[in-house]
Design a protein around this ligand. Structure first.
Ligand code: GLU
Length: 488
């Protein structure tokens, strides 16, 4: 790419960073890095009522957590700032004035009631409910009169008539829009705050953005932005609209489908590299057909040519599976440290862990790691070690404990446990194997009743890990207790 690539991610801080936004920022980041370009972060906070500092903070945090560090933007600065739209009002005003002076924009004094009425009349006549252009050609006297009445105007863009605007999209190809179907649209509200389509255009120009990569919900905004580029004689950037993300029911992914914010995913115990890897495959496919990618590998492989036109379907199970893969690839200590807050929240461990407690958590995580898809699942596996009361036995579990071999097996195991000095998983496994051999019973007949006695359940972690982690006294106590319960 001959030019110096500059792309931007431009979230509105009106909510947490969601899956779609995270994917858009990832694609921008990858494209920038691939071409040794610049990744700009711009906060589009002109919706004063819905934007909050808290959301902005959360978005920045999640982007950093994903590793999508921006080269220019809030916190890091840059030559094209400020990077928050509410701090750029002067810049917009300069261009609004230019548009008005050159006749590309005009003041509109219509009240909401007048506009609503006009809209209803148009709909009644089965016409497109676009603005009629009533204020297009006001005389200076008329303008004076409206002002004297105390009306504060909006500024509208004068849409050229009978023109076809072509969006030449890098993902979707050419898309045509007839300007006769686009009414003169508002670019500045009465309070002087610009509307998205105007602010975004001025920002993209003044920040020297070369490629606008964003969600396809903005396709219909693009002709409006192109008209503003043309009116101001600005060169257009290239546009790439990425297809939307659908839920499993093939409707647009939304809160109805469960968690969609990155904050939520992080809280559930997803790893950033798993999300990055999964999000990259939502709408983009690598040439190699590989499935696992680090961020650096993605930078190498990414190209807009391989971004699909069709919507991608979000598959939570696949994301979980992928997360499990990354959990198992991680150093155990990382997962232990991530697991501790969940155990604290469940009340299993306190705020400060002793060395011994930390070791026990390590043993639990080690025993469970093969089964973990998200770190928060650790509490299900850990429960049996922290709660002395076992879950009430179901019919199936009770039947297992009533099998005839059980008293003899339990006796034998308790004796062996008494004499066992090494309680490592390996040593317990040896002991269990010996028990099976000596009792001449099947593995199941020995292990299943033991599992039920020790955990109250018929499935879970490996039995030798469970015994090893419970330790001698608790293991023997539980086995004896269950025998006792049977007699009672
Ligand atoms: N602030 C817009 C949004 O969050 C960004 C649109 C754009 O990238 O142009 O949807």
């Amino acid at each position: 790419m001959g030019e110096n690539v500059r792309v931007r991610f431009a979230p509105s801080p009106t909510g947490y960073l969601h899956i779609g936004g995270a994917r858009t920022s990832l694609f921008n980041y990858l494209f920038a890095k691939k071409h040794n370009g610049t990744f700009v972060l711009r906060i589009e906070d002109t919706d004063l009522e819905r934007s909050t500092a808290e959301y902005e903070q959360a978005i920045l945090e999640e982007l950093r957590w994903l590793g999508l560090n921006w080269d220019e933007g809030p916190l890091v600065g840059g030559d094209y700032g400020p990077y928050r739209q509410t701090e750029r009002l002067e810049i917009y005003h300069k261009y609004v004035n230019q548009l008005i002076e050159e006749g590309h924009a005009y003041y509109c004094f219509c009240t909401k009631e007048e506009l609503d009425k006009e809209r209803e009349e148009r709909l009644a006549r089965k016409e497109m409910p676009i603005y009629s252009g009533r204020c297009r050609n006001l005389t200076p006297e008329q303008i004076e009169k409206f002002r004297a009445e105390g009306r504060t105007p909006t500024v509208r863009f004068r849409v050229p008539e009978h023109k076809i605007i072509v969006v030449d999209d890098l993902v979707r190809g050419k898309i045509e829009f007839n300007t006769d179907l686009i009414g003169d649209f508002v670019i500045v509200k009465p309070d002087g705050v610009p509307i998205y389509n105007f602010a975004v255009t001025i920002d993209d120009v003044t920040m020297k953005i070369t490629h606008v990569i964003r969600g396809d919900d903005h396709v219909s905004n693009t002709p409006k932005q192109i008209m503003i580029y043309d009116a101001l004689n600005f060169p257009q950037p290239k546009f790439a609209h990425i297809s939307m993300i659908l839920g499993p029911d093939r409707t647009r992914l939304s809160k109805r489908h469960g968690a969609t914010s990155l904050t939520h995913y992080r809280e559930m115990g997803f790893l950033p590299e798993a999300l990055v890897n999964y999000l990259a495959l939502l709408g983009w496919s690598p040439e190699s057909g590989e499935e696992f990618f680090t961020l650096d590998q993605l930078i190498q492989e990414f190209s807009l040519d391989r971004v699909a036109k069709n919507p991608a379907v979000f598959d939570n199970d696949k994301l979980k599976w992928m997360n499990g893969h990354y959990i198992r690839k991680s150093p155990l200590k990382r997962i232990v440290d991530l697991a501790i807050p969940y155990l604290q929240k469940a009340g299993f461990v306190g705020d400060d862990l002793s060395g011994e407690e930390y070791e026990r958590v390590t043993a639990i995580v080690k025993a469970a790691v093969e089964r973990l898809n998200v770190v928060s699942e650790i509490t299900e596996h850990a429960e049996v070690f922290y709660k002395d009361e076992l879950p009430p036995l179901g019919e199936k579990e009770r039947k297992i404990l009533q099998e005839p071999q059980v008293p003899q097996v339990f006796d034998l195991v308790c004796t062996k446990l008494e004499n066992l000095s090494d309680f490592s998983s390996e040593s317990v496994l040896e002991m269990l194997k010996e028990t099976i051999k000596e009792s001449k019973l099947s593995g199941r007949k020995v292990m299943m009743p033991l599992r039920v006695a020790l955990t109250g359940r018929t499935s879970g972690l490996e039995l030798y890990d469970i015994i090893s982690i419970l330790g001698k006294d608790r293991a023997i106590r539980r086995i004896e207790q269950s025998l006792q319960n049977l007699v009672d």
